[in-house]
Design a protein around this ligand. Structure first.
Ligand code: PBG
Length: 326
C-alpha cells in the first residue's frame, strides 16, 4: 500500500485545529502548590533564591489561601519551619506545631482546599537529616519510622486530607498506613515520595525550609541519579506498603523515570517540579535570557506529557493566572 506524502503542516496552520489535535493539556486542576509555614506572627519572609515564594506565619496565611483558591488551585502541600529543633524532631509531631496549626487554619477558612502535608524529620531535627542520627553519624532507619508515623498522625488529627512522606526511609509507608488505620484514619490517602533522588536541585528549598543537613549529605537514603530500575523497585515497595499515589522527584531531569513508572504501574503518579527547577527559570528570566512564561509552560507540559497526573510546582500560581486568562 502506498501513502500520499503526509504533510504534517496541514494540521499546524490553523490555531483552532492545532487546539483540536493537541495531545496533552495543562490544567489548573493538575497543580499542587507548596507552602512554607513558619512559627511566630506577622511574618511573610521572601525566599531569596525563589522569587515569588515566601515563608508565612499562620496569621498571615489568609490572603494567600484566598488567592490560591480564587486561582482554582485544588491543593496545597505544607512544609513547616518550627520554632525549635532537637534530636527527636519533637516539634514535628507537636499538636500545636506550625503545620498542625496551619492545617487547622486552612481547613477552617477554605474547607474545600485539599491540604497535603509533607511528612519528614529534616525540618525539625537539629542536624537537618531526614531521620534519627546515631552517635556514629549514621541514620537509623527503623528508629525514624516511629517518629514519622507520629508526625503523620498529628497532621491528620489536625485535619490534613493526605500525608506525603518525603524522608525515603525504608518501610515508612507501611508503618504510617498501619498507625493511621489503627487510629481510625483508614480513609486518609498516602502520597509517597517513592522515587526521590539525591539531587542538587533541592538547593533553594533547603534555604526555604531551613533544612540543610549540618553534616554529611542525603546520599545514603535518597536515590542515586543514575538509577531507574532501583526507582521501579522503590515504587513497587511503596505500592505494596499501601501508597495511594506515587511520586517521582525531581521532575525535569527525571522524565524518563516518570514515564517508566507511569507505564509500568499505571498508578496515580505525581511529579515534583522542585525548587531548583523553578529558580533556574526565574533567574534566567530575570536576566532576560529566556521567556519565563513559555519556558515554564513547556516544562510543566513536558512533565504532564511524560505521565504525571499531578504536578507539585512553585509555578502553580503564575501558571494558573496564565491558564485562566483565556
Ligand atoms: C524534605 C524535602 C525536600 C524537598 C521536599 N521535601 C528536601 C530534601 O530532601 O533535601 C525538596 C523540594 C524542593 O526542592 O522543592 N526531605
Amino acid at each position: 500500500m502506498t501513502f500520499p506524502v503526509n504533510r504534517m503542516r496541514r494540521l499546524r496552520a490553523n490555531e483552532n485545529l492545532r487546539d483540536m489535535v493537541r495531545e496533552t493539556h495543562l490544567n489548573v486542576k493538575d497543580f499542587i502548590y507548596p507552602l512554607f509555614v513558619t512559627y511566630g506572627k506577622d511574618k511573610q519572609i521572601p525566599i531569596q533564591s525563589m522569587p515569588g515564594v515566601f515563608q508565612f506565619s499562620v496569621d498571615q496565611l489568609h490572603d494567600e489561601i484566598k488567592e490560591i483558591n480564587s486561582l482554582q488551585i485544588p491543593a496545597v502541600l505544607l512544609f513547616g519551619i518550627p520554632e525549635y529543633k532537637d534530636s527527636l524532631a519533637s516539634s514535628g509531631y507537636d499538636e500545636h506545631g506550625v503545620v498542625q496549626e496551619a492545617t487547622r487554619f486552612i481547613k477552617d477558612i477554605c474547607p474545600d482546599l485539599l491540604v497535603i502535608t509533607d511528612v519528614c524529620l529534616c525540618e525539625y531535627m537539629d542536624h537537618g537529616h531526614c531521620g534519627v542520627v546515631e552517635d556514629d553519624g549514621t541514620v537509623n532507619n527503623d528508629a525514624s519510622l516511629e517518629l514519622l508515623a507520629r508526625e503523620a498522625l498529628s497532621h491528620v488529627k489536625a485535619g490534613a486530607d493526605m500525608v506525603a512522606p518525603s524522608d525515603m526511609m525504608d518501610g515508612r509507608v507501611g508503618y504510617i498506613r498501619k498507625i493511621l488505620d489503627s487510629e481510625g484514619y483508614d480513609h486518609i490517602p498516602i502520597m509517597a515520595y517513592a522515587a526521590k533522588y539525591a539531587s542538587g536541585f533541592y538547593g533553594p528549598f533547603r534555604e526555604a525550609a531551613e533544612s540543610a543537613p549540618q553534616f554529611g549529605n542525603r546520599r545514603t537514603y535518597q536515590m542515586d541519579p543514575a538509577n531507574v530500575l532501583e526507582a521501579l523497585r522503590e515504587v513497587e515497595l511503596d505500592i505494596k506498603e499501601g501508597a495511594d499515589i506515587v511520586m517521582v522527584k525531581p521532575a525535569m531531569a527525571y522524565l524518563d523515570v516518570l514515564k517508566t513508572v507511569k507505564e509500568k504501574y499505571g498508578y496515580p503518579t505525581a511529579a515534583y517540579n522542585v525548587s531548583g527547577e523553578y529558580s533556574m527559570v526565574k533567574a534566567a528570566a530575570e536576566k532576560g535570557w529566556i521567556d519565563e512564561e513559555s519556558v515554564m509552560k513547556e516544562i510543566l507540559l513536558s512533565i504532564k506529557r511524560a505521565g504525571a497526573d499531578m504536578i507539585i510546582t512553585y509555578a502553580a500560581k503564575d501558571m494558573s493566572r496564565i491558564l485562566l486568562r483565556r
